[in-house]
Design a protein around this ligand. Structure first.
Ligand SMILES: [Zn+2]
Length: 491
């Protein structure tokens, strides 16, 4: 039986998520909702959540003078509220501080260690506290982190456990070459093949802070001579965070769920997280004897009015800021239709407002109001809700959604809205005899051989604009149809 398991990046809890993060969640939500329609609700699992351990969270908590546990809960709750405001239909919102997660991380550590891929060594290197990641000289730009040019790169020297990442170099290169669909879009795969050439072993523990999952005490049965037992070390935040994709779908805790959904079909993540997902994660899984995910989908970033979204620029917008003003579906619509998922896109509130009035208030809202009024005036009696054929819109957008062209899929739906408007203008049901007029109206609501209908549009909209789809279906479920409130009042 077919299934679909999709994950988003889990957001780091130094601050509440903004529109840039929400963009990725909406895209994942669209793919989850689409697969629920085609595969059935029980065959889709959608995981999102928060990444809560590490030095950055510990420091942020200190600044607010509250324990890390309290601090991360506050941000995690607020992230969840932001996602809920957009109707993100996750099956689980995982927190890396969840108790079942620590168990899974320790299990993966033990498996990797048992496979001979963990050793103790001294690390000295460049570390960015912003990324919580080590950098090699070649990655730094003028001695600074490429993502955090305002932060000082620290030279860190400590005794750590290392993961034999370099052992998997050839395996990773081979896997990416043999599986052209593993990394999407393709130019990102090329980047990773370049990067893979320079893979070196990586420290996977830290010892200079305490907010994290401790390295498990060594199991005597596979302890190598010369390597100390050590549970004072904290597991490196990436090694911990990536494992959430296993925990979230029941690894250890719910074997049936895990067997049904693993491997993940799509991990969607920002371009800044790609190397960890495309190279470190598959190496960890290979070492632990677990099947690799099928696809990694890299989303671009959103800029607002031509500028990067950042606290220091002062242009951070939370999803709830826009949802309160325009509604969840208007925000979803704008971010899906006027961006390109895999490229960087520029957004603005002004453009949202334009899209709202032109496409939602005038386009969709106007069509629905017009059809309802005509049906009400003619006292139309609906005897069925749809044609005995597959939904023509779903058939057409299937390859677009499966190729992650979400904006093109939504454009296609809007083409159908326009087509229906033109059909009404051409057929002029208000000038026809009652029987003829009702035949035209029934074509509009439930479709005909040649015409995709309003109810087909509503069904397709369940993928993109769930609240609106429900309202339209509620209004046109028959047998009588009456006018309702406008779906999108003009602003
Ligand atoms: Zn950085």
């Amino acid at each position: 039986m077919s299934k679909f398991y999709i994950t988003t990046a889990i957001d780091y809890v130094n601050d509440t998520i903004h529109l840039g993060h929400a963009f990725q969640k909406i895209a994942a939500d669209v793919l989850a909702r689409y697969h629920r329609i085609t595969l059935g609700k029980d065959n889709v699992f959608f995981l999102t959540g928060t990444d809560e351990y590490g030095q950055k969270a510990e420091k942020a908590a200190k600044l607010e003078n509250i324990p890390p546990k309290e601090f991360v809960k506050k941000i995690s709750d607020s992230d969840q509220k932001e996602q809920d405001s957009l109707n993100i239909s996750y099956n689980r919102f995982i927190r890396t501080t969840d108790l079942d997660h620590a168990e899974v991380v320790k299990e993966i550590w033990n498996r990797v260690q048992k496979n001979g891929d963990v050793y103790s060594g001294e690390y000295q290197g460049s570390y960015c506290e912003g990324c919580e990641a080590y950098y090699v000289k070649e990655d730094l730009i003028k001695g600074k982190c490429p993502v955090h040019p305002t932060l000082e790169i620290k030279i860190v020297k400590e005794q750590n456990y290392f993961f034999k990442w370099s052992k998997y170099k050839d395996f990773l290169i081979d896997h990416i070459k043999k599986n052209p669909d593993f990394i999407y879009p393709a130019h990102r795969a090329k980047e990773m093949l370049e990067f893979a050439k320079n893979i070196k072993d990586i420290p996977i523990s830290r010892s200079n802070f305490t907010w994290g999952i401790p390295v498990p005490a060594r199991n005597a049965s596979h302890s190598d001579a010369g390597e100390p037992e050590d549970s004072k070390q904290i597991i490196y935040v990436w090694f911990d965070a990536l494992v959430n994709y296993l925990t979230g779908v029941g690894f250890l805790k719910d074997k049936e769920l895990f067997a049904k959904f693993w491997p993940a079909d799509v991990h969607i993540l920002g371009k800044d997280n790609l190397r960890w997902h495309a190279l470190l994660w598959p190496a960890m899984l290979k070492s632990a004897g677990i099947e690799l995910p099928k696809a990694i989908l890299v989303n671009g970033f959103l800029n607002i009015n031509g500028q990067k979204i950042s606290k220091s620029v002062g242009n951070v917008i939370r999803p709830t800021d826009w949802v309160k003003k325009y509604g969840a579906d208007a925000v979803r619509y704008y971010l899906l239709r006027y961006t390109n998922l895999t490229d960087d896109s520029d957004i603005s509130e002004e453009k949202l407002l334009q899209a709202y009035n032109a496409d939602l208030a005038n386009g969709l809202g106007n069509l629905v109001a017009r059809v309802a009024k005509l049906c009400e005036n003619n006292n139309l009696n609906l005897t069925k809700l749809k044609q005995d054929r597959p939904n023509q819109i779903l058939e057409e957008i299937k390859p677009l959604l499966e190729g992650f062209k979400l904006n093109d899929a939504l454009s296609y739906v809007w083409g159908s809205i326009k087509g229906l408007d033109q059909y009404i203008n051409r057929e002029r049901p208000w000038q026809k005899e009652l029987i003829e007029a009702n035949k035209i109206l029934s074509n509009i609501v439930i479709g005909s051989e040649a015409l995709t209908s309003l109810n087909e549009i509503a069904e397709a909209l369940k993928i993109f604009l769930p609240e609106t789809a429900e309202k339209i279906e509620g209004q046109f479920c028959g047998p009588k149809i009456i006018s309702g409130k406008p779906l999108f009042p003009r602003i």
